[in-house]
Ligand binder design. Structure first.
Ligand SMILES: [Zn+2]
Length: 395
C-alpha cells in the first residue's frame, strides 16, 4: 500500500453514516450536507453551502487546489427516492452487508459514490494538484433537478467555473457519455358533470384526456420516423403516459381527469416543442369542441420537471481521458435522466461514471457491491495521480 491507498473499510463505514441520514427528497438534506461540509472544511476545502430558495435544503460545493483556474468537478445528488410501499428485507436506512453487497436506500444511487468521494477527499487535499478538484452535492435530483439547476447557474457566474465534471451515478464504473432528457408534465382536464343519460349536455374529462393521450401516441409514431440513435436501448425519443385518475362513477360524465405524461428526448431533441404541439392541438381542436357544450371546460399543463439530455458531442475529450483511469473500453449511453445535461448546457463538459448498477436503484433491497466501491476508489486514486501529473488531458 502506498501513501495514497484508500481505505475500503473506512469507505464502507462512511456509507453506513450516509445511509443513516434519511434524505428522501421530501425531507431536508441539511443534516447530511452539514456533516460533509464540516468534514471537508477540516481538511482545508473551501466550502460553499448554497441554500435552496424556498426549502430547507442545500447544495454543497467544496474546492481544493489552485484557485486561479477551473478544474475538475465530481458530483453526486444527496437525495434518495422513497421506500414507502417497498418490501425491504432490512431497515433501508441501516447498512447491511451480505455476500459482498452493501444494502440500503441510496447505496447505489448514489451514496456509494459520495462515500468514495469522501474517502478520496483527504488524498486530494494532500496532493500537489495542478488543477483544482471540486466535490459537489445537490438536492432534489430525484424530483425536479432544482438543486443542480441552481448550482449550475451560480457556477456559470464564477470567475473560474469547473472545466469538466464527472457525475457518479451508478454505471458499473463505465463511462457514460449520453443520456436522454427527462421531462414530466401533469395534465389537468376539466369537463362538465351531468348524469350520463344526458350525456350530450355534459363533457367527460376522462374522454377528453383519452383523446390527448391518443394524440401523444401519434407523436410517438412520428418520433420513430425522426432522429434515431442506436446507442440507446429504445433508439428514439419517447413519450409515455404512466398514470391517470379521473371520474367518480360509471353514470356521471367526469368533471376531472388528471394524467402524468413523460418525455425522454434524445440528445439533439427537447421535450418542450412536443408539449407545445399538444397544447396547440388542445387549444385549436379539443377545447373548442368541449366548450361548445360547457364553457368551463379546460386543459391545464403543468411542468413538473424538464431536464435536458446529455449530448456526447460535448464531452469527447473528457471521456477519452477518463476511460483508461476506470478501465473502461467502450462508452455507454443510458435512457435515465441525469444532471449531466444541465451542467453541459452551462458550459461544463460532463460524463457519468460511478459505482453500482442503475437496475437496483429505486428498488427494494438496493445495494452496491463492495467490489464496485473498491473499483471506484482505485479510479479516484488514478484520477488524483493524473491531476498531479498533467490535468490538461481532461479539458
Ligand atoms: Zn441518481
Amino acid at each position: 500500500m502506498n501513501d495514497h491507498a484508500m481505505n475500503l473499510q473506512a469507505c464502507i463505514d462512511d456509507l453506513g453514516t450516509l445511509l443513516a441520514f434519511d434524505t428522501t427528497s421530501h425531507r431536508s438534506n441539511r443534516p447530511l450536507i452539514d456533516w460533509v461540509a464540516n468534514r471537508l472544511e477540516g481538511q482545508g476545502y473551501r466550502v460553499m453551502v448554497q441554500q435552496a430558495p424556498d426549502e430547507d435544503k442545500a447544495n454543497l460545493f467544496a474546492s481544493i487546489g489552485p484557485e486561479d483556474q477551473g478544474g475538475l468537478m465530481l458530483s453526486a445528488h444527496s437525495d434518495v427516492v422513497p421506500v414507502a410501499g417497498q418490501n425491504w428485507q432490512s431497515d433501508p436506512f441501516v447498512l447491511r452487508e451480505a455476500d459482498g453487497r452493501l444494502y440500503g436506500r441510496g447505496s447505489a444511487d448514489m451514496k456509494g459514490f459520495i462515500a468514495c468521494m469522501l474517502q478520496a477527499a483527504p488524498h486530494f487535499a494532500a496532493s500537489a494538484l495542478k488543477a483544482p478538484v471540486h466535490l459537489a452535492l445537490s438536492y432534489n435530483e430525484e424530483t425536479n433537478m432544482g438543486g443542480m439547476k441552481q448550482l449550475a447557474a451560480a457556477l456559470a457566474q464564477t470567475a473560474h467555473p469547473p472545466r469538466a465534471c464527472v457525475i457518479g451515478e451508478p454505471t458499473s464504473m463505465q463511462v457514460v457519455v449520453a443520456n436522454k432528457g427527462a421531462a414530466i408534465y401533469r395534465f389537468k382536464v376539466r369537463g362538465f358533470e351531468v348524469h350520463s343519460s344526458l350525456r350530450d349536455q355534459g363533457v367527460s374529462a376522462v374522454e377528453a384526456a383519452a383523446q390527448i393521450i391518443v394524440r401523444s401516441q401519434m407523436i410517438q409514431d412520428r418520433m420513430r420516423q425522426d432522429l434515431r440513435h442506436d446507442g440507446f436501448d429504445f433508439p428514439y425519443s419517447s413519450i409515455h403516459v404512466g398514470r391517470i385518475a379521473g371520474g367518480t362513477a360509471h353514470n356521471i360524465t367526469a368533471k376531472d381527469c388528471e394524467f402524468m405524461l413523460e418525455i425522454r428526448a434524445l440528445p439533439g431533441r427537447a421535450a418542450a416543442p412536443f408539449i407545445a404541439e399538444l397544447k396547440l392541438w388542445c387549444e385549436q381542436e379539443l377545447l373548442p369542441a368541449m366548450r361548445s357544450i360547457a364553457s368551463v371546460s379546460d386543459v391545464q399543463i403543468e411542468e413538473i420537471t424538464d431536464s435536458p439530455s446529455l449530448d456526447e458531442r460535448g464531452n469527447n475529450r473528457l471521456a477519452r481521458a477518463m476511460m483508461p483511469l476506470c478501465a473502461c473500453h467502450a462508452t455507454g449511453r443510458v435512457s435515465f435522466g441525469t444532471e449531466g445535461g444541465i451542467l453541459q448546457d452551462a458550459g461544463i463538459p460532463t460524463i457519468i461514471c460511478g459505482p453500482g448498477q442503475i437496475s437496483v436503484a429505486h428498488q427494494a433491497d438496493e445495494f452496491v457491491e463492495i467490489s464496485q466501491l473498491k473499483a471506484c476508489l482505485h479510479y479516484l486514486g488514478q484520477l488524483r495521480g493524473q491531476l498531479e501529473r498533467d490535468p490538461s488531458c481532461f479539458f
